[in-house]
Design a protein around this ligand. Sequence first.
Ligand SMILES: Cc1ncc(COP(=O)(O)O)c(C=O)c1O
Length: 630
Amino acid sequence: MRMLTTAVNTLLKRENSLLQRHGFAHVVAQRTNSVHQTETKVPKIPPFSYSPPPYDGPSTGEIIAKRREFLSPALFHFYNTPLNIVEGKKQYVFDDTGRRYLDAFGGIATVSCGHSHPEVVESVIKQLKLIQHSTTLYLNHTISDFAEALVSTLPGDLKVVFFTNSGTEANELAMMMARLYTGCNDVVSLRNSYHGNAAATMGATAQSNWKFNVVQSGVHHAINPDPYRGIFGSDGEKYARDVHDLIQFGTSGQVAGFIGESIQAIGGIVELAPGYLPAAYDIVRRAGGVCIADEVQSGFARTGTHFWGFQSHDVIPDIVTMAKGIGNGIPLGAVVTTPEIAGVLSRRFYFNTFGGNPMCTAAGHAVLRVIQEEKLQENAFLVGSHLKRRLTQLKDRYELIGDVRGRGLMLGVEFVTDRDLKTPAKLETLHLMDQMKEMGVLVGKGGFYGNVFRITPPLCFTLHDADFLVDVMDHALSKICITEHINNKVSLLCFSSESETCGAKVKRVVIKSEVLEVAVEKEEKLQENAFLVGSHLKRRLTQLKDRYELIGDVRGRGLMLGVEFVTDRDLKTPAKLETLHLMDQMKEMGVLVGKGGFYGNVFRITPPLCFTLHDADFLVDVMDHALSKM
Ligand SMILES: Cc1ncc(COP(=O)(O)O)c(C=O)c1O
């Protein structure tokens, strides 16, 4: 990393001295100023009164070594340099150096009330001191008290609770109950879903990267009602027809049921198209099936408007499964269903050693109380709406953001390198995540292509936290430019002098001066250079358009770009005189552009293909200056 930074600085210095020699000292000064400005603008984490005691545990290196030696090779971690999290309070976590981070992932949507919430912790300690474990073979009031409280949050006839230890277990049990109750085997689930990793749930999960090649029978995966990537856009009813077709053409015509997340979580915070669930439920019920809502991530007030995700779809499921946020991090899951469906389990013995453990259910009950007492659902709504609004504003400024979606404090930001083609911006996502971590913000990542930020913080997240997150993301985005394939190698082109590699999959990191060397000096790869520099130039010109009404359009490809000037954007009145004046002003500052268009109101930017990123920046800065004086 240090070597890379040194190399970059050397190259930048060389370019700066070239610029100075050719009479562009002012550009160097401007650039130096802007670097300093950006440095001072790194957003500051909101204040917090707690400081952790010094950490005296094993080093990061030792932990990594032990993980490698003694734990599953399937374990993976976020970030180039993995974080060693040693403490958590509310929406913040602390690493082994005592550094505080804003936790916008919440241990995968699990920390609902806040890290180490005193009321949850106290209830666990109190229960542990009384009795830790007895099994449901004996009576203990914690399990029944919590079951009663849990049922009170659910609508309809959802009145019987089975406790499990995880979301996978809850979904396994739910699918088995659906099969037993209906006497059918076939289940419909949605593509891009995640429901767990045991036999039945891996079958229901529909993303190849989470599926092992083992027997997973009896699940049919319907077309995903994904408003962003799906073939029918936001038309929920059209997608639901596929459920009908699957049942008619892929089963006996009768099914056990349907399982779906109210908002797909691991799949990249995908909200189901409006109208989908009511239509799909109707079709499934007509085929004799029951409907299972997987609320493992979307439950427990996270979506803000409702306590359960399915409620915003205006449906009442027959079975609801939950985990994660139910225990604020204590291992706990549950299935809630109707007395009639629940009855199927009395056909045999069904037993779960830890399910409903006094310690876990005491924690679960405390979580419900905290959500209510601290009005966390209202907070999720308020802060989540603000956060979504601000993220959407970022989308207007950065082409890299293809979509912002989700509800409450379950939000997703999808990154694409091409908005029309929706090309997943995988490397940029990794890089941004890393950069945001460096500035103190932790977000999750997901989506089939790994190009979606998952923002699922503890529900005590504040408006200041939301602003900090967006400011940090803005800062990181302002430094990222483009990824491109050069000689079949993936390169990440960054504009930060502090750039670094961003994950194992990055084969090469190219800093701008290096690109120029590779592209121009050494091999004269002018086509690649036209693409790289042209894309950057177009992006910067488009940013200018956001600031100056006079710019009606920015268009073109590579180093064949046009900027059209209009005095009225609606009427598209050609700004002929202004175009001439701007051209003149820019010439005075050392930039020559062409002019064209039927009305003579378009800048034609078609430089030699060895045009550099510095040239592009210079052109835009000069144009900005000229426009600001108009
Ligand atoms: C929607 C959903 N269902 C089920 C599961 C499985 O839960 P667990 O990991 O607790 O088994 C997950 C896990 O992330 C999930 O996101």
